[in-house]
Structures are given as structure tokens and as C-alpha cells.
Design a binder for this molecule. Structure first.
Ligand SMILES: O=P(O)(O)OC[C@@H](O)[C@@H](O)c1c[nH]c2ccccc12
Length: 267
């Protein structure tokens, strides 16, 4: 069985357990009492001052790479990313496969002013209320992980709750589905979640299928400024970057280098 199926199977069990611990009605109440969200979609709709927007990710580990950075301090990373000029943050909340947590998301969000994406495998509306309740400003919806009808309902729930949504695709067919269900922002994952192969040409290829004027996010496998420049040439100005920033000796300098701004760090 491929890893995505395995993750989704475990996730379904986790969501059922969470519902037993705290019923939907209670999470819903917490979501409704949550302070207003920060503007995620708006911050990615046009290129930033340097012509580039980076969603900088906090990721301790992944199924393809194992541990990426043991003992990662989410507060220090969040602040370094913001100082360097990140447009938004992405924080993994999956525990079992990515060693993330709601705690990481809350700590990171409290440390900065930029919007924060809950990076997880969203398969149930319960998780969308949960995201809003813990303070996320946006959620990830992976087309390959859910039925198309769920996607439509999830997107309307996000709008209702004031949450942004990043709809992740990996091929032409998924892009079509995402657009047909009204995705406000498409993320093209350069990593194939079934084989782990990563190729930034995927973003360049799929960019051509995007309606004029609609922004997209190139996700995964962005190792340095050369990759950013190749994607900029293809008309892509939003980037979701994890591993290369988390592994760098100094995440602030690494992010400045992606953005093409001067070095200088207090990390
Ligand atoms: O670490 P990278 O190669 O820079 O990739 C970041 C991000 O795109 C990746 O973490 C990701 C993209 N889609 C996901 C879905 C679930 C978990 C993780 C992901």
C-alpha cells in the first residue's frame, strides 16, 4: 500500500478518536469563539516587494526524509522566517508521520503577525473547525486525498469560517477538479505523494493550465535561488518551502537568499 493511503487510514482513525474526546458541537463552539483570521489568500494574490512570496514551513520530520531537525524550536523558526520576510507560515500538525502538533502551530502563530496555514491531511469537516479553533488562518486540502464532493463542501465551510484554503494538486486531472470545485488558490505539489519523486517541472507544466490572473503556489523541492528563478520565469511567484529552510544552518539567511534580498541574521 502506498504511503498516502496509509496516512489517510491512520488519519481517519485519529479523527474518530478526536470526535470521541471532543464532540463536533464543542469544537464548533471553540471555532466560532476564535479571534478573526489573518488574510492568507490576500497575502498571496500578488507578488511581494521582492517579486516573490514564500510560505515558510515548520516541519520536524517527514515520511520520505525521516527526522529533518530534531528539537526544532517553532518559536525561533517562526520569528526568523518573519524577519527574513516570509509572506505566511505553514506548520505541520500531523503527529504520527511528521512529528508536528497543534502546539507547534499555536506557538508559531503567537510569535508572528503573518498568516499561518495548518498543514495536515484534511479528510473531514471536523478538522476544519479544529483548525479554526486552534488559530490557523488557512488549511490545506489535497485533491488526491478526498472525494470531489468533499472538496466542494470543505471549501464552502472554509469561506463560512473565514479560513483560507490551499488546494493541492499534482497533475492535470486534479487541477481540473480543483478549479471545478471553486478552489481559491491552487498549490502544485512537485512531490508525488505516492512515490516521493520531486520535480519542479511539475509546477511549470501545470501553470499553463491555470486560468489567467489566478495565482498558484509551487510546493516542495525548492532548494535554492536557482529553483525560484526558474519558476519566476514561468510566471510563478508563490513558493512553499520546508526542508531546505529547516535544514539550513541559519533559516533567516536561507530564506533571504530565496527571496533574493541581502544576508544578515540574528538567529
Ligand atoms: O520540504 P519541501 O520539499 O520544501 O516541501 C514543503 C511542502 O511542500 C511539503 O511539506 C508538502 C507539500 N504537500 C504536503 C502535504 C502533506 C505534508 C507535507 C506536504
Amino acid at each position: 500500500m502506498d504511503i498516502l493511503r496509509k496516512i489517510l487510514e491512520v488519519k481517519a482513525q485519529e479523527v474518530e478518536e478526536a470526535k470521541r474526546r471532543e464532540p463536533l458541537s464543542a469544537v464548533r463552539r471553540r471555532a466560532e469563539e476564535s479571534p478573526p483570521t489573518r488574510p492568507f489568500l490576500e497575502s498571496l494574490s500578488a507578488p511581494g516587494p521582492e517579486g516573490v512570496n514564500v510560505i515558510a514551513e515548520i516541519k520536524r520530520a517527514s515520511p520520505s526524509k525521516g527526522t529533518i531537525r530534531a528539537g526544532l524550536d517553532p518559536r525561533a523558526y517562526a520569528r526568523a522566517y518573519q524577519r527574513a520576510g516570509a509572506a505566511a507560515l505553514s506548520v505541520l500538525t500531523d503527529e504520527r508521520f511528521f512529528q508536528g502538533s497543534f502546539r507547534d502551530l499555536q506557538v508559531a502563530r503567537e510569535a508572528v503577525e503573518v498568516p499561518v496555514l495548518r498543514k495536515d491531511f484534511t479528510i473531514d469537516e471536523y478538522q476544519i473547525y479544529e483548525a479554526r479553533a486552534v488559530g490557523a488562518d488557512a488549511v490545506l486540502l489535497i485533491v488526491r486525498a478526498v472525494p470531489p464532493d468533499f472538496l466542494r463542501d470543505a471549501l464552502s465551510l472554509c469561506r463560512e469560517l473565514g479560513l483560507g484554503a490551499l488546494v493541492e494538486v499534482h497533475d492535470e486531472r486534479e487541477m481540473e477538479t480543483a478549479l471545478a470545485r471553486g478552489a481559491p488558490l491552487i498549490g502544485v505539489n512537485n512531490r508525488d505523494l505516492t512515490t516521493f519523486r520531486t520535480d519542479i517541472e511539475t509546477s511549470i507544466r501545470l501553470r499553463k493550465q491555470l486560468p489567467a490572473g489566478m495565482p498558484m503556489v509551487a510546493e516542495s523541492g525548492i532548494g535554492g535561488r536557482e529553483d525560484v528563478e526558474r519558476l519566476l520565469d514561468a510566471g510563478i511567484f508563490n513558493f512553499l518551502v520546508g526542508e531546505s529552510l529547516v535544514r539550513a544552518p541559519d533559516p533567516e539567511t536561507a530564506l533571504r537568499s530565496l527571496l533574493g534580498t541581502a544576508a544578515g541574521s540574528r538567529f
